[in-house]
Design a protein around this ligand. Structure first.
Ligand code: NAD
Length: 350
C-alpha cells in the first residue's frame, strides 16, 4: 500500500483527491491548516479509517513537516495547500505569498531533505507533485491556448504567488535534483467546493432567490474541468509523468461565465421549479468587473493526453448536472459552511 503525504486535503480539490485515494487503498497523511477553506465535514466518511491520518497544521511549520515525513515515510508528496481565491488575493495578498510561496518553499526544503535520506527504490520512486493553475499564464485573446511553453504572465496576486511557487518547484529539480512534477489545471468544479467560487456561489444564491452577481459583461471565458477528472490527471502524472516536467490539465470545455450561470439556472429550474414561476435566469445581475480580470483562459492538454494517455471522462453538461444534484442532495454540507458551524469541528483537533 503506497503512502501519500497530501497537503490541503481538507479543501475542495484536495478533499476529493483524498477521498478517492483512500478508496483506492492508498494510505494518506493529510496535512491541512484548516483555513476558512478547509472543511473536515468533507472527510467525514473517512472517520475511523486507519488509511487516513489527518494532521491539523501548516505546510510552513518546518518541525511538523519534517517530523511527519520521517514518521510516515511517504512515497510521494502532493501539494494542494494554498490560498486559492482570486478576489481574496486582491483584498489581502500577503497570506497568498505566505502560504503559496514561503510555505511551498519550506515544504520543498523538507521534502528534499527527506528524499535525500531515502535509498534504492524508495529514493528513485519518490515524487513531489505540485498542483498549480493555468492562471500563471495570464490572459488570452479570442484565439489560442496555453501550452506548457507559454511564458508566465500572472495578473492577480493569487496567480503571481502560484507562478512563484511553480518556479521554486522547477528550481528544486534543477538545483537539487528533487524529482518534481507540476500540473497546471484549468477551473475546477464539482462536489465540496466552497461557496465563494462561481458555481457553488450561484447555486446557493439561486436557491435562496437572491441576485446572481456576474462580473462585467459576463463574457469572460474559462475552461472548465470536473474535479474527478483533475484528480485522475494528478494520479496519472504521479504514476507516469517524466520527472521535472509540467503538464497542463484541461477539459476542452470553454464557456463564458454568463453561459455557465445560465446553465446552472436551467438545471435548477428543472430540478426545483421556482415557487413564483419566474425563471432563475431573471436573477442575473451584472456587477462592476473584478480589477485585472483575465478575459479568457484556454488550456492545451495535448501533452498529458498524448504522452500519458489521460483524457477527461466527464463532459461539461454531465459534470454540471452532477454538481447541481450534489449540492441539492448535500444541503447540510452547504448550510454548515454558510452558517459557519463547519469551523467548530476544528476545536480540539490534534
Ligand atoms: P481550496 O481553497 O478549496 O483548498 C485549499 C486547502 O489548503 C484548504 O483546505 C486550506 O485549509 C489548506 N491550506 C491553506 N493554507 C495552508 C497552509 N499554510 N498549510 C496547510 N494547509 C493550508 O483550494 P482548491 O480549489 O481545492 O485548490 C487546491 C489547489 O489546486 C491549489 O493549489 C490551487 O491553486 C490549485 N488549483 C485550483 C483550481 C480550482 O479551480 N479550484 C484550478 C487549478 C489549480
Amino acid at each position: 500500500m503506497p503512502t501519500w503525504f497530501v497537503t490541503g486535503g481538507a479543501g475542495f480539490i484536495g478533499g476529493n483527491f483524498v477521498l478517492d485515494a483512500v478508496r483506492r487503498g492508498v494510505k494518506v497523511v493529510n496535512l491541512d491548516a484548516l483555513t476558512y477553506a478547509g472543511n473536515l465535514d468533507t472527510l467525514q466518511s473517512l472517520q475511523g479509517d486507519a488509511r487516513h491520518v489527518f494532521v491539523h497544521g501548516d505546510i510552513g511549520d518546518a518541525a511538523l513537516v519534517s517530523g511527519l515525513l520521517a514518521e510516515h515515510r511517504p512515497d510521494a508528496v502532493i501539494n494542494f495547500a494554498a490560498e486559492s481565491h482570486v478576489d481574496r488575493s486582491i483584498g489581502g495578498p500577503t497570506a497568498f505569498v505566505q502560504t503559496n510561496v514561503v510555505g511551498t518553499l519550506s515544504l520543498l526544503e523538507h521534502a528534499r531533505d527527506y528524499w535525500r535520506s531515502l535509498e534504492g527504490d524508495a529514493a528513485s520512486g519518490f515524487r513531489f507533485l505540485h498542483v498549480s493553475t493555468d492562471e500563471v499564464y495570464g490572459s488570452l485573446g479570442d484565439t489560442g491556448k496555453f501550452t506548457e511553453a507559454t511564458p508566465f504572465a500572472p495578473n492577480s496576486p493569487y496567480s503571481a504567488s502560484k507562478a512563484a511557487s511553480d518556479h521554486l518547484v522547477r528550481a528544486f529539480h534543477h538545483t537539487y535534483g528533487l524529482p518534481v512534477l507540476t500540473t497546471n489545471c484549468s477551473n475546477n468544479y464539482g462536489p465540496y467546493q466552497f461557496p465563494e467560487k462561481l458555481i457553488p456561489l450561484m447555486i446557493a444564491k439561486a436557491l435562496a432567490g437572491e441576485p446572481l452577481p456576474v462580473y462585467g459583461d459576463g463574457r469572460n471565458v474559462r475552461d472548465w474541468l470536473f474535479v474527478e477528472d483533475h484528480c485522475s490527471a494528478i494520479r496519472r502524472v504521479l504514476e507516469a509523468g517524466d520527472v521535472g516536467e509540467t503538464y497542463n490539465v484541461g477539459g476542452d470545455a470553454e464557456r463564458q461565465n454568463l453561459e455557465v450561470v445560465r446553465t446552472l439556472c436551467a438545471l435548477l429550474d428543472q430540478r426545483r421549479p421556482p415557487s413564483d414561476g419566474r425563471k432563475r435566469e431573471s436573477l442575473i445581475t451584472f456587477v462592476k468587473d473584478r480589477p485585472g480580470h483575465d478575459r479568457r483562459y484556454a488550456v492545451d492538454a495535448s501533452k498529458l493526453k498524448n504522452a500519458l494517455g489521460w483524457a477527461p471522462a466527464v463532459t461539461f453538461e454531465e459534470g454540471m448536472a452532477r454538481t447541481v444534484d450534489w449540492y441539492l442532495d448535500n444541503q447540510p454540507w452547504v448550510d454548515r459552511v454558510l452558517d459557519g458551524s463547519y469551523r467548530l469541528e476544528r476545536i480540539g483537533q490534534a
